[in-house]
Design a protein around this ligand. Structure first.
Ligand code: ADP
Length: 584
């Protein structure tokens, strides 16, 4: 049992660029305000070297204290203006960043929720978890910090370079000298960085997957004595992660020193070249001072451009992984056809979780409106799988599952849930009040009376009323703890509120003690009168109460009929009933 491979796709660089461009186009006004403010702030910051150059020049030529004071005052003034402009420029950039981030998160949640359940299961929860936590954080950091900083740095660099050139064209020459080592270093690094960081993220996903699996399956691990094996699996994952991190560290240790040297070259060259031109009487001392200061000033933005590029790469890798989630092909094909009636029919249904290993081998079942069918059979026979197919969670590999003649996976999800709903042993209590937890399944406009009615139908009204805050009690993580049977009742009450025509109950009452369960099922039955119910049952009394019983064995329906018919037929059901009845 090793961590599953990362199965969720990763978007290509082109798709990431296109998406990023689309996002920025959503807020043209904010974007241009931010850029304009940054340009103005950079311009105000550029006055200093020119003024200092003038100062050197006038000191050389002989000047008055009054003139020096004037220059200092002007310096202070420009500094103040630059500070105020920078403040607003950053403010606007932050607002823009938060909006873009909010849209990204919404898109991602939308994409993640649209994932076919089968894909979520086979990709393992680790990958999706890493994407929702680490990648979203990483991208948040990029959008909040890296992207605005980078934009500011680019603007500052361009404006500073223009200012340097304005001192004299000769300044371009020393600047150009720094370009080749910079470009070569960057190309070397960027060619390797993306894959390096993708590998790093994938290795975190693997660790996450192995750890979550081990913790979630701790009892199984203990029972089977596979602890050693799990430790080995985690060691392998950590080893891979260590290698991936070492590789990116290597990239940085080559790249950054290379950059430092590229920065120093232009400053040194400006000073030497300018000094030579001065001795030739070509330029003034003030020009050389201003030029050297401008070129020196270029180092900071260029360095930020380059080092933030690194952060942006990590952000882009995260974005590629987040966008990849949207590329999972949908397993539903909405056709727009309207179901005629509510008859549920499975025809020659075959299904496999793993390619080449069918777990259902040609199941036929027609359930009429208002009929109650119980599904029984040994564990692993395929009951839950059939239940999931009948509820439209998975499409069948071949064959069809239809309601009113329309394939379940052809119906839009929202419509489907009005026809068929599934309740299993797994149910989630969301953080919020009990009322909110129930109302999320209710049709719009449902009032407390409807909610209380649903709670009464699942025998839960007593304990809810006993809570000091009643329906206002906050439950879910951090709130009041509800027991597993109570959570199951909440799930069932949601179902009553959602009121679909057909319900598939997969051991939906298994956590509730048998006596209470029987009572619950009877009260549910009263509420669900006229609804079609397919109940997967461990307890045979539900089978006894059903209109028909389907015995599922080895991926097939081996017996189908009423309780009495099957008992009389003397097959597997009769044997099952005998042993259960004898025991009970
Ligand atoms: P039952 O509900 O009758 O106990 P299931 O429908 O849960 O049976 O399982 C039928 C078969 O499908 C079993 O062999 C089981 O191991 C396999 N199976 C169930 N769920 C999955 C899954 N998510 N991935 C792969 N195999 C699965």
């Amino acid at each position: 049992m090793s961590a599953p491979d990362t199965r969720l796709p990763v978007a290509s660089t082109r798709e990431v660029r296109r998406y990023a461009a689309r996002l920025t186009r959503h807020h043209p006004r904010l974007l241009w305000t931010a850029v304009t403010l940054h340009v103005l702030a950079a311009l105000a910051g550029l006055a200093a070297p020119r003024l200092l150059g003038d100062l050197v020049q006038s000191v050389q030529e002989g000047t008055t204290t009054a003139h020096v004071d004037e220059i200092m005052l002007a310096l202070a003034g420009f500094l103040l203006v630059a500070t105020v402009l920078t403040r607003y420029a950053r403010y606007v950039s932050q607002v823009l960043g938060e909006q873009v981030l909010a849209e990204l998160r919404e898109d991602f949640v939308g994409n993640a929720l649209a994932l076919p359940v089968g894909v979520v299961e086979s990709a393992g929860s680790g990958d999706l978890l890493t994407r929702t936590s680490r990648d979203v954080d990483q991208l948040g950091w990029s959008v909040r910090m890296a992207l605005p900083e980078w934009t500011i740095a680019v603007i500052t660099a361009v404006v500073t370079f223009v200012a340097a050139i304005s001192v004299g064209w000769w300044v371009a020459l020393p600047c150009v000298l720094g370009v080749p080592p910079l470009v070569i270093g960057l190309r070397w690094y960027l060619a390797r960085a993306k894959d390096g960081y993708l590998r790093e993220s994938a290795s975190y996903s693997a660790i996450n997957a192995t750890l979550t699996e081990t913790v979630e399956g701790a009892r199984t691990v203990e029972a089977l004595g596979t602890g050693e094996e799990r430790i080995r699996a985690i060691d392998t994952d950590i080893d891979e992660s260590y290698r991936a991190e070492r590789y990116t560290l290597y990239l940085r240790t080559v790249f950054f020193p290379n950059m430092e040297i590229s920065y120093l070259i232009p400053t040194v060259a400006t000073l030497l070249f300018g000094g030579w031109l001065y001795t030739q009487g070509q330029v003034s001392l003030g020009d050389v001072t201003a030029a050297t200061l401008y070129v020196q000033m270029l180092i900071d933005p260029v360095d930020r451009i380059v080092s933030i590029l690194d952060e942006l790469q990590i952000g882009a890798a995260s974005l590629a992984r987040l966008l990849g989630v949207a590329q999972v092909p949908d397993d539903r094909e909405v056709s727009g056809a309207e179901p005629d009636g509510e008859d549920l029919a499975a025809t020659d249904v075959r299904f496999s979780y793993v390619e080449g290993r069918d777990v259902l081998h040609g199941v036929d079942l027609v359930v009429g409106v208002g009929e109650r069918v119980a599904m029984v059979g040994p564990s692993g026979a395929g009951k839950s799988t059939l239940g999931r197919l009948l509820a439209g969670i998975h499409p069948p590999r071949t064959g069809s599952v239809t309601v009113g003649g329309v394939g379940l996976t052809e119906l839009p999800l929202d419509d489907l849930r009005g026809h068929v709903a599934l309740v299993t042993q797994e149910h989630h209590v969301f953080v919020g009040t009990l009322r909110e937890n129930l109302a999320l399944a209710a049709p719009p406009g449902a009032v407390d009376d409807d909610i209380r009615g649903a709670l009464a139908a699942v025998d839960a009204l007593d304990w809810v009323d006993a809570l000091p805050d009643g329906l206002d009690t906050v439950v879910g993580s951090g709130g009041r703890a509800v027991t597993a049977p109570q959570a199951q009742q909440i799930a069932l009450a949601r179902l009553v509120l959602a009121d679909p025509h057909t319900l598939v109950l997969d051991e939906a009452t298994s956590l509730i003690d048998p006596r209470a369960a029987r009572h619950l099922e009877r009260s549910l039955a009263a509420v669900l009168e006229g609804r079609t119910v397919i109940a997967i049952a461990h307890r045979l009394f539900s089978a006894h109460d059903a209109d028909r019983v389907a015995v599922v064995e080895d991926g097939r329906i081996s017996e189908l009929g009423s309780h009495d018919e099957l008992v009389a037929a003397g097959g597997s059901y009769a044997a099952l009933w005998d042993s259960w009845h004898g025991r009970g």
